[in-house]
Design a protein around this ligand. Sequence first.
Ligand code: ADP
Length: 360
Amino acid sequence: MTEIEIKELLSKAQDPDLSLDLRSLDFIKSVTLNGNRLKLDLGLNNPNNPHTEDLKREIIAEVKKQYPDISDIEISFSQGITSHVERKKSNIMPQVKNTIAVASGKGGVGKSTVTVNLAISLMNAGARVGIIDADIYGPSIPLMMGIEARPAVQVINGKNKLIPVIQYGIKVMSIGFLMEKGQAIVWRGPMASSALKQFMSEVVWEELDFLLFDMPPGTGDIQLTLSQTLPLTGAVVVTTPQEISLADARKGYLMFEKVNVPTLGFIENMSYFLLKDGTKEYIFGEGGGKKLSDEFNTELFGEIPIVTDIRKCSDDGMPITLSKPDAEVAKIYSEISRKLINKVNLRNVESKSEELTIDI
Ligand code: ADP
């Protein structure tokens, strides 16, 4: 039995979460045939989706029907993350499957907080994740991730390369690593852009499913440099619900559109405060993120409440998704990361078929 035969056979099953032909999701991670024992590791968008057991039964029945000699079939599911097609063509960080800008129109809306918690929940979903902290105005990732270490330098093929700091399983490079503690640097545009480029070309990232960029707020040089240096998979725009923040988030969306970077979705942060009696106090107004996503026909990945522990955990250097995995907020984040993985897979598969059409 060859891998092609197995793919052919599995193509009859549909991923219930996406209703896509399973073959197109690059989803066969490994196939081991040992005598009459077959072991399959399959990558799914969401290995925990309630239909995986049905899928398993369907596959087993199909294999047994076509290959009656196989008596023992073991199927395991893990997170399947596809690669952005344009990414593969780029020679910068070729082993990074997807690059995502986490952006906001305004500062202080919780963009860095979202970046670290998203990174951790993507990792919990089985992805290999890195962060580039490109927020020249306030690189806060080292603080939020409790990083004291600095990247090591290694000589590879006669060139100095930087090894990212690994914290809680996430690879991190930050513009903050280039500053003395507590010191302020005024980053001029070209200087900041060249530091960002260095983070992409001179850092040993190795294999990653997602590299998240914590962008400076607004629509400046760094955004342009990034979109010109690298084909991004897309952007995630963080906003708070009030009009003053939405107006800037709109500008952020339009700027990405102008440079051909799709906004994959919005995240509304600080959506409400949960009062002791369980009612929600909409401090900054209600439904702003939803309004924005409807306006642009783009997904709203989630609404994150204002929770004291989110701030506390960040200040303590261990994001809430890691230090309190059972908290309601951690569940919201895991739902957001599931939706993001789905969206990325879907887009990657779609652009792959577009590519195929062009090839023909
Ligand atoms: P930005 O990156 O947009 O400038 P930060 O992520 O640095 O914003 O967040 C600003 C402050 O707000 C931080 O102190 C952070 O801990 C806090 N914060 C962010 N999101 C929340 C939230 N949902 N609940 C409580 N505090 C939050």
